[in-house]
Design a protein around this ligand. Structure first.
Ligand code: ADP
Ligand code: ASP
Ligand code: MG
Length: 409
């Protein structure tokens, strides 16, 4: 008998019929003698709908109230799925994050899980019930409802799998696995049968939203075998795990990730003096704004243009903070650009291969795509480009590195 955590995303529970289909799937699994904990998202589009309702009242609404609002989406699906399970003859019980006691920190909107009290879940499982838990939500020490960031149900599922020491955490979604790039952008994208935690973490953090980053972090840290599968068709999906010694040779590049979520902030004409970067980025950090890529170059007039990227949601906040600081520093002006996209090549095989960057830049040049910023690490190369070339760039890189073909031994 295995204990499995199964997570169903928004599209998979997008209608009553789909919820009933999920119930059938879970039932089949239980009937094989497995214990199942199900984590669900809100019905597709629901979280966005709730966000727009709030925005109509106040686009700066308090993060605490946003969390109270957004968690209602998942509360609907846990109840409906439990009803559907019971209707098929499978005893089930639903719980909100607060009821299970998914204890988080206080950071509304992007809370981190601290601990999960799994006693209640264990007791239900042992008495033969399926336990249905609302994803994306928790509760802080004060008892206030928190959320884990968009896409956070993945993290709820992996965290539950970790504390329950589940045999596998299965993420059911609208694609049948992790692909070399988003199959919605490149139809030649290929499903990978396996990917390492390290590569998946990089893909997720560079924009492949098939899994929330924190879920991959968690799975890697607690060594939870994680599998991405389709809710709509059977198949082996993609297993995310630590690499095994005798596996076939790793491909040099495993995938192309991209994001439209960033914006570029440029502080022009910054005097070239020690401490300037600190004066610019210090207050940005204090405001809890994450900075991604940074570029600085000195012009002939001995001033620098200091450019960095932040999440688009935090772009105006970052610009406002910097206006006064730019004056204090004697910089010329603060400007920005939201029409950018970041495209990245990811692969652990890059460590031992030279020339990947030049091949990448060559492919982009051949399609007339201008590179605005470059960032590298051991296992990725990212470029910032004009957003309008995003899809072209993804396809061009996918072809240049022959990602549609299975890696050779
Ligand atoms: P869910 O609602 O089930 O959580 P998501 O929309 O969050 O589903 O994630 C699934 C989507 O992720 C897919 O529909 C696909 O468009 C997108 N995606 C982005 N990059 C990839 C990738 N490399 N492989 C597979 N899917 C990807
Ligand atoms: N419903 C939440 C969202 O849309 C969480 C999730 O689906 O994982 O972001
Ligand atoms: Mg998701």
């Amino acid at each position: 008998m295995a204990l499995i955590v199964q997570k169903f995303g928004g599209t998979s529970v997008g209608s009553v019929e789909r919820i009933q289909a999920v119930a059938e799937k879970v039932k089949a699994f239980c009937n094989k003698g497995n214990q199942v904990v199900v984590v669900v998202s809100a019905m597709s589009g629901e979280t966005n709908r709730l966000v727009s309702l709030a925005t109509e009242i106040d686009d700066q609404a308090s993060a605490r109230e946003m969390d109270v609002l957004l968690t209602t989406g998942e509360q609907v699906t846990i109840a409906l799925l439990s009803m559907a399970l019971e209707k098929t003859g499978i005893p089930a019980r639903s719980y909100t994050g607060g009821q299970v006691r998914v204890l988080t920190d206080d950071v509304h909107g992007k809370a981190r899980i601290r601990e999960i009290d799994h006693e209640k879940i264990k007791a239900d499982l042992d008495s033969g019930r399926v336990v249905v838990v609302a994803g994306f939500q928790g509760v802080n020490e004060k008892g206030d409802i928190t959320t884990l960031g968009r896409g956070g149900s993945d993290t709820s599922a992996v965290a539950l799998a970790a504390v329950l020491k589940a045999d596998e955490c299965q993420i059911f979604t609208d694609v049948d696995g992790v692909y070399t790039t988003d199959p919605r952008v490149e139809e030649k994208a290929r499903r990978m049968s396996r990917i390492t935690f390290e590569e998946m973490l990089e893909m997720a953090s560079l924009g492949s939203k098939v899994l929330q980053i924190r879920s991959v972090e968690f799975a890697g840290k607690y060594n939870v075998p994680l599998r991405v599968l389709s809710s709509f068709k059977d198949g082996p999906g993609t297993l995310i795990s630590v690499e095994e010694g005798d596996e076939m040779e790793r491909p040099v590049i495993s995938g192309v990730a991209f994001t439209r979520d960033e914006a570029k902030v440029i502080v022009r004409g910054v005097p070239d003096i020690p401490g300037a970067a600190y004066k610019i980025l210090g207050p940005i950090g204090e405001a809890n704004i994450e900075v991604d890529m940074i570029v600085q170059n000195i012009g002939e007039d001995k001033t620098t243009d200091f450019t960095f990227t932040v999440h688009r949601n935090e772009f105006s906040k970052a610009q406002n903070i910097l206006r006064d600081i730019a004056k204090e520093l004697g910089a010329k002006e603060v400007i920005g650009d939201t029409d950018i996209a970041k495209v990245s090549l990811v692969g652990v095989g890059m460590r031992s291969h030279a020339g990947i960057a030049s091949q990448m830049f060559g492919a982009l040049a051949a399609d007339g795509i201008n590179i605005q910023m470059i960032g590298t690490s051991e296992i990725k190369i990212s470029v910032v480009i004009d957003e309008k070339y995003l899809e072209l760039a993804v396809r061009s890189l996918h072809a240049a590195f022959e990602l549609d073909k299975p890696p050779t031994k």
